[in-house]
Every structure is written in C-alpha cells, then in structure tokens.
Design a protein around this ligand. Structure first.
Ligand code: ZN
Length: 450
C-alpha cells in the first residue's frame, strides 16, 4: 500500500515554525488590544515618579487603582502623552524614580551600554521576565530554534540586555545553550562551535563578520552544523547579511531591540519580507519628525518612538529611540500582520556628503559590491555636513594594481558623491565583536596609504 507523507525536515534541521496567534491578529483586533493595553500602561506610568506629575496635570486626577479611569484614553490620544528621552531616564537620581512598582518587586536590573553617557537603568518584574521570554521565543521560532537546538549565545551576559535577554526565551523553550560571551577570540568561538555542534549563533553582526572573515581565509573552520544566526545590537546592511549567509552557509536574521524599552525582543526579521516585524501587541510605534517632534504620515522616514504596552515595572511612554526608520504596514508574505521597521539606522550616523544623506549601511552596501575590498571599513566624518566621503578600507588580500583608484571610482559611481580613499594594510582595522566603529568623528589625516 502506498503511503503519502508530507515532506518532513531532516533530523536536526532548524525550520521556521508556525506563527504565534499574536503575530496573526488582524488590524482591528490588534488596535482593540493596543487600546486596552495603552490604558493599562498609562495607569502604571501614572504611579511612576517619572510621569506622575505630568500625567496628573494632564488627566486631572491622582493615580487611580481603577483602570476604568484610564479607558477613555484611546490610541488617538497617543500624541498628547508625554515624550520620554534618554536624558529623562539618565536624570533619575533615585533608582525608584524610573519604576512603576515597589523596588522589591523588581526581579532583574539591566542598563544601557553607557557608551554615550550615564547608563540608564531598566527594571523588570516577574511578569515582565515572563513576557520578555515569550517575545524572545517568537524571535527564536522564526529562525527555527526549538527545544534541543544547540545555540551558541555570544551576546554579552551581564548588564547588557543581549545575553540574558535571549536567555529568557532560550531557557523556557528548552534549547541547549552555550553562553559564549566571555570567549576571547574568533578562533576559540569557532573551536567551541565545532566541539558543541552549534546549530544557531546569536551575536552582533560584528562577531558574525569576524567569523566569516576567518572562514573565508580557511574554509575548514566553518562550523559544519551551523544553519542560522540572529544578529543584532548594532547596525548592518542587507548586503552584509547576504555576505555572511554566503560565507558561513547559514540563514542570517536581523533582530532589533533597545534596553530603554526592553532589550532584544522588540522586532525581528522574518525570512520573506523586507525589514523587521515589530511586536505591535507589546509596543506602539510612532514615527516623528526628528527636529520638531511632529508625527509624520505613514511611510515617511523619521525617528522611531515607542510606547511599551506590556511593561509592568518600567512602562515607557513615547520613548524617542534616536533611530531613523520607515514603517511598512503592507501585509508580509510570511503571514505576520505586524508593521515592519524598514531601514533602521542610528539617526546620529546619517551624515551629509556633498549634500547627499548617507548612513554607514549605504556605504557598506556599496563597498560589498567590490570583491577585492574587505567588508571592514571606517568612514572618517568629523561633522554632520562634509564635502567628501572619506573612507579607510583594506584589500582582502594583497592589493591589486590600481586598488585605490578602482575603489574610489566604484564608490563614486554607486553613491554619486566625491570619495577619498586611504588604503590600509589587510587586517589593520579593529574587528569589533561588539558595536563596530564604522563611522568616526575624527580629523582625516592627510597623506599616504599604508
Ligand atoms: Zn514577514
């Protein structure tokens, strides 16, 4: 007798799974859920010293235990709620000022990286930890990670939200985790991935690129069972994603988050549509004009502003992320109904070169079109408006004849701006395993190539 069976994945294959119900909500159901959660969020925020005064004045009553008092607020009132900035969070002199729950109800603290100033604290209640884990599990499932999958988690374990944030989902899911953040170099990462038969890599794009560079030099170093990666915590271009996919032989997924509203678990890429799906049942997005803070029409590039909908200990109203983004609401072929964040870049990193606005991602994408150039580079941009795009690049191997001129011409023809190139010796730029320094605010040292 003939038996017909649906094609099944091979044992050990990471296959993206069925969507969570929250990822398939139609827009009306989603808006109803967001409206109810916004009322709860404003109620919680009202208890927090961070918002109490502003909200009491605006609402005309003191914090209330009855959520019905907040229900008249709808999604249309969002743009009347107070804005939160990084400076507001930094200004909190007392740790309780940023909380909406008693200090003893906080199960975990994380902070921002503190690269641009004082660290901003983020507290999580028991319920927040559970919700965080659920959001992370959607991200993991989209990559095909499941119970028993072997995961090399190279995000920082500690104050940074990356390592322990992903752990909130990996643990309950039953994945097999190697917490690899303390591994000191690329060679040891690759050795451990071989030894522990890693199937998925969680790391910054910088580490993934450094691993890819090592594998390009010696293909035997490629971890043979590695199939997928979730890369975030730093900007990277779709061109670099394709490069990493080809060299490491994996599917590479972008992920987005920030410690001021949660950590990882804010948005993730699917394997079909452009951009990253925002968890709209947990975050309410707006796109504002970065200069005057006025809401922009849908589909326009502007600053991403997020209101948390689930956070209990640390509700955040209209947090200005400093990220420039466009929001796409068209249905994605993957079936997820949530809005997508397209072309997320740090607003600070967008500079004008001969009048043309370019982000490091644009420059990275142009460089990756040239086979002879290594994908590690630095843009030297001392200021916001520059006459020339000045770049430090390296050849992949010994530089071919006319390397400087061919790179310059290649970049000028793609980007349509004047370009100046300094050629450095192969391997001389720092390979960061955290945030890559693709753009530096330092003077261009005139003169010679290495
Ligand atoms: Zn999708």
């Amino acid at each position: 007798m003939m038996r017909f069976r649906a094609a099944r994945p091979e044992m050990g294959q990471l296959v993206p799974r069925v969507l969570d119900a929250a990822e398939r909500l139609d827009r009306d159901a989603l808006r109803a859920l967001q409206g109810e959660r916004l009322a709860q969020t404003v109620q919680r925020a009202h208890r927090s010293p961070l918002y109490r005064k502003d909200l009491s004045e605006w609402l005309g009553f003191a914090p209330s235990e009855d959520v019905a008092a907040y229900r008249p607020l709808g999604l249309d009132d969002l743009d009347r709620l107070p804005i939160t900035t990084k400076a507001d969070l930094r200004a909190a002199s007392n740790i309780e000022d940023v909380l909406a729950v008693p200090l003893e109800n906080v199960r975990r603290w994380h902070t921002s990286s503190g690269t641009t100033g004082r660290r901003t604290p983020m507290g999580y209640s028991e319920a927040d930890m559970v919700n965080w884990g659920r959001l992370i599990q959607r991200n993991l499932a989209a990559t095909g990670i499941m119970a028993g999958s072997r995961v090399h988690n190279a995000y920082g374990y500690g104050l940074f939200t990356g390592g322990l944030g992903f752990e909130t989902g990996l643990g309950p899911m039953g994945a097999t985790v190697l917490p690899a953040s303390s591994v000191p170099d690329v060679e040891q990462h690759l050795e451990l991935m071989h030894q522990h038969r890693a199937q998925a890599l969680l790391s910054t794009p910088g580490l993934a690129l450094a691993l890819a560079e090592a594998v390009e030099r010696n293909p035997a170093l490629r971890p043979p069972e590695l199939q997928a990666g979730i890369f975030g915590g730093d900007g990277w271009s779709p061109a670099l994603r394709r490069h990493i996919e080809v060299v490491l032989g994996i599917r590479a997924h972008d992920t987005y988050g920030l410690s001021e509203v949660l950590g990882p678990g804010v948005a993730h890429a699917c394997d079909q549509g452009e951009g990253l799906h925002l968890y709209e049942d947990a975050f309410l997005p707006e796109v504002l004009d970065p200069v005057d803070g006025v809401p922009l029409t849908p589909g326009t590039d502007g600053e991403l502003v997020l209101t948390t909908l689930l956070n209990e200990a640390s509700p955040r109203l209209r947090y200005r992320t400093g990220d420039r983004v466009r929001i796409e609401r068209e249905r994605c072929p993957c079936g997820r109904t949530a809005a997508r964040l397209i072309n997320v870049v740090r607003a600070d990193d967008v500079r004008l070169y001969a009048g043309r606005a370019l982000a490091p991602n644009d420059i990275e994408a142009a460089l990756l079109r040239m086979d002879a150039v290594a994908p590690t580079f630095r843009v030297v941009a001392p200021g916001r408006e520059l006459d020339v795009l000045r770049l430090e690049v390296e050849p992949k191997a010994s530089p071919p004849q006319d390397f400087e001129r061919s790179v310059r011409r290649g970049m000028e023809s793609v980007l349509d701006v004047p370009v100046e190139i300094r050629v450095l010796a192969s391997g001389s730029l720092e390979r960061s395993r955290g945030k890559r320094l693709r753009l530096v605010d330092e003077p261009w040292r005139a003169g010679g190539s290495a």
